[in-house]
Write a protein that binds this ligand. Structure first.
Ligand SMILES: [Zn+2]
Ligand SMILES: [Zn+2]
Length: 442
């Protein structure tokens, strides 16, 4: 099926699933906002719309969206999601409750913003059982058409299922002129695909988990546009921005139709989540998701390269508890996730010890791996974060020792098996990880 015909469709896939694409429209064009009213009317008969934005995204797009809708519709109002300690709002339970408490009811919710605003509106619209649409203000993340809410609950980064938005509107000028770090953050997030799909294949091979090649292939045509010409992102080339936005959008479609974040989230995301969680725990501010994910993707690509070079692995016993000294007050929630992973270590070791299975794994994973040097150059030339010290930890460069500890423990925070687990299982040492960090992300 052609990608362009995907929106609003359902189809039977070779993976065995019937895929349903709930998002019906995606407009990336100069006059996208002129199409808002008719699209809104096609989604609901109710004429009571509520725009949710933060102070910045309201100025970037919210105000003009409200004017456009007011011009033709009935009740449209807006609610500004408050900042969090002078920083962008957070997608956490407290903010969600605040919106539920204070934002008036509506027939249609309009998220104006990117990551956090989208997650919050998706969450609130789901709880109020109403549809929502998205006005994108940056090519900063791959959740625009995702049904998953990425939120923080009890300190743990979690993903849970809600409903995807009905339509996404983006005006190229707004996307291109968004704060540049948001764009390179989007680039970092989309580059994770090369390693996350390897992790997904790994799970299919080891545990016979569900896997969908169609979803993995969705971005294939677009990838060369930004992967081979990253300088064009820096130069604000409209074609490169369009490809990046489209790739982020398709990445969210891939997650939605498969019902899992696996197409776009593997070990590199666990590193980023661990940075977020430990920062939140310590009352420190972390960096943008995609900036952390981009740096982590270079490192996990290097780990893959290292692991795939091994001829015959031997397996070490993995710890049967988490390191509670590292996780501190997060230990109880992390412990629960790790407990689900423990049986997988033995299962994986046993399977990979059988004749030829290691070679079969390498034959399966290697062809589609993007080498770390390519990811590194892409982020570097685009002007994005590509070294651990580029990641801001409470406004300061993240320290190497801290990054190393995070990399070492990130596998414990979620059940999903990734290259981080495989690398530790076959005895890649802390010193070797440090060498890879030195070589690739310093
Ligand atoms: Zn499929
Ligand atoms: Zn991501």
């Amino acid at each position: 099926m052609e990608q362009t015909n995907l929106l609003g469709t359902s189809f039977n896939c070779k993976c065995g699933k019937q895929h349903i694409v709930p998002t019906k429209h995606r407009f990336y064009e100069d006059n996208a906002f002129d199409l808002l009213l008719d699209t809104a009317k096609s989604i609901t008969d109710g004429l009571n719309y509520l725009i949710l934005a933060d102070t910045r995204t309201f100025e970037a797009a919210g105000r003009i969206v409200e004017e456009k809708l007011k011009f033709g519709a009935a009740g449209v109002s807006h609610f500004i999601v408050p900042d969090n300690d002078g920083e962008s709002p957070a997608a956490d339970a407290g903010t969600k409750d605040l919106i539920l408490d204070q934002a008036p009811p509506a027939d249609l919710y309009i998220a104006v913003g990117s990551g956090v605003i989208n997650d919050l509106v998706k969450w609130v619209a789901f709880l109020r059982d109403k549809p929502y649409i998205t006005v994108a203000t940056a090519a900063s993340m791959n959740g625009y058409a995702s049904a998953n809410v990425a939120a923080t609950i009890d300190g743990l980064k979690v993903l849970f299922h809600a409903n995807a938005c009905q339509a996404v509107f983006a005006v190229p000028e707004i996307i291109i002129n968004a704060p540049f770090e948001l764009t390179t953050s989007g680039l970092g997030d989309v580059l994770a695909k090369s390693v996350s799909s390897a992790d997904w294949r790994l799970n299919k091979f080891l545990f016979n988990d569900y896997y969908c090649q169609f979803s993995v292939d969705l971005l294939k045509k677009l990838e060369p546009v930004y992967l081979d010409n990253p300088g064009e992102i820096k130069e604000k080339n409209p074609t490169a921005f369009k490809a990046l936005f489209e790739a982020l959008f398709l990445s969210s479609i891939a997650m939605t139709i498969t019902g899992t974040s696996s197409p776009a989230s593997g070990g590199e995301h666990l590193i980023s989540h661990t940075i977020d969680m430990t920062a939140d725990r310590d009352g420190r501010k972390h960096d943008f998701h995609g900036r952390q994910v981009g740096v982590s993707s270079i490192l996990t690509a290097a780990l893959y390269e290292r692991v795939m070079a091994i001829d015959k692995p031997t397996f070490i016993d993995m710890p049967d508890t988490i390191n509670s000294e590292f996780w501190g007050s997060l230990s109880p929630v992390v412990e629960k996730e790790y407990a689900k992973k423990i049986p997988k270590f033995d299962q994986a070791a046993e399977f990979l010890s059988q004749p030829k299975n290691w070679d079969r794994l390498k034959a399966l994973i290697k062809p589609d791996l993007v080498p770390p040097v390519k990811l590194k150059n892409c982020l570097m030339q685009a002007g994005g974060a590509h070294r651990f010290m580029d990641i801001r930890d409470n406004g300061l460069p993240l320290k190497k020792d801290k990054f190393l500890l995070i990399v070492k423990h990130a596998n414990q925070m979620r059940e999903r098996f990734t290259i981080l687990d495989l690398a530790l299982m076959i005895g890649i040492t802390f010193e070797e990880i440090e060498q890879l960090v030195e070589k690739w992300v310093s």
